[in-house]
Design a protein around this ligand. Structure first.
Ligand code: SAH
Length: 258
């Protein structure tokens, strides 16, 4: 018996992995985050499956569902939004399952930062200009360690993807303007991959007004990066004629030492 923690993806029911979908089809118990995982994803469950929403459950209730399934020898599909490695309850749940001797495995999902980049048609790294992506959140009711404060993250000029921060957009813009000019590009993607998806593009100076007047408060990704308006960058080496790598020999010989 195993509890499978499955990333359901960002909203579009087609964006769960084939592996995740198969497990939802097969497991006799399906426990999903009711508020965020689309019903179509769990509609794949067997007709005789016990399908439960965790919306009104606390951690004890979730552990109880797993314990009871364990006693019956039934696998559980625990389906949660996006990917389980980012702002999920994976760690607190698995540390309760281990002492109970309940096996578990994780199946990755498409995260909302990836779906937001896709909605924007945007590569989040650009050759020589930006080679790092930072996934973080603004601190509000949930504290963020002081060493991870936005200003210090911004100092890297890496692409910043901010989860759980739409209601804090005013604070985000204010803090980032201490590091960047007001013309620094920002995009906000609400409900990426859902039919109601909305995209707002602006700058640190304009974004607060844009987000507030659009009434965006939840399920939105804030992406702050110079790559959002950079068109002046070099081609990557991946397809460069003079660059050899494991799968392709260079047409023009050149020694590259990295
Ligand atoms: N594990 C999830 C994140 C959960 S935290 C993942 O990998 O995506 C919830 C936050 O994710 C929301 O506040 C929002 O910032 C973001 N989010 C989730 N779904 C989204 C979507 N479809 N579009 C934009 N942002 C989304």
């Amino acid at each position: 018996m195993t509890v499978y923690f499955i990333g359901a993806g960002p909203g579009d029911p087609d964006l769960i992995t084939v592996k995740g979908a198969r497990l939802v089809e097969q497991c006799p118990v399906v426990l999903y985050t009711g508020s965020l995982v689309p019903k179509e994803v769990v509609a794949r469950a067997r007709e005789d499956a016990l399908v439960l929403s965790s919306e009104d459950m606390d951690l004890d209730d979730i552990i109880d569902v797993c314990k009871q399934a364990h006693e019956r020898g039934e696998d559980v599909a625990r389906v949660q939004t996006g990917d389980l490695s980012i702002y999920s309850s994976l760690a607190e749940t698995t540390r309760r399952l281990d002492p109970l001797g309940i096996d578990w495995k994780v199946v990755p999902g498409v995260s909302s930062f990836q779906a937001s980049a896709a909605a924007l048609g945007q590569q989040l790294t650009l050759p020589e200009q930006c080679q790092t992506i930072i996934l973080s959140r603004a601190s509000g009711r949930t504290p963020v360690p002081e060493k991870e404060n936005l200003k210090s993250l911004a100092a890297h000029e890496a692409t910043l993807c901010l989860f759980l921060s739409a209601t804090l957009i005013r604070k985000v813009a204010r803090e980032l303007k201490e590091v960047y000019p007001g013309s620094w590009p920002v995009a906000v993607v609400e409900k990426a991959s859902h039919p109601e998806e909305r995209i707002i593009r602006g700058t640190l100076d304009t974004i607060v007004e844009q987000v507030e007047s659009a009434g965006i408060r939840a399920t939105a990704m804030i992406i702050v990066s110079k790559v959002l308006e950079q068109t002046d960058f070099n081609d990557s080496r991946l397809y460069a004629a003079n660059f050899s790598h494991g799968f392709r020999k260079a047409r023009v010989a050149e020694v590259i030492d990295d």
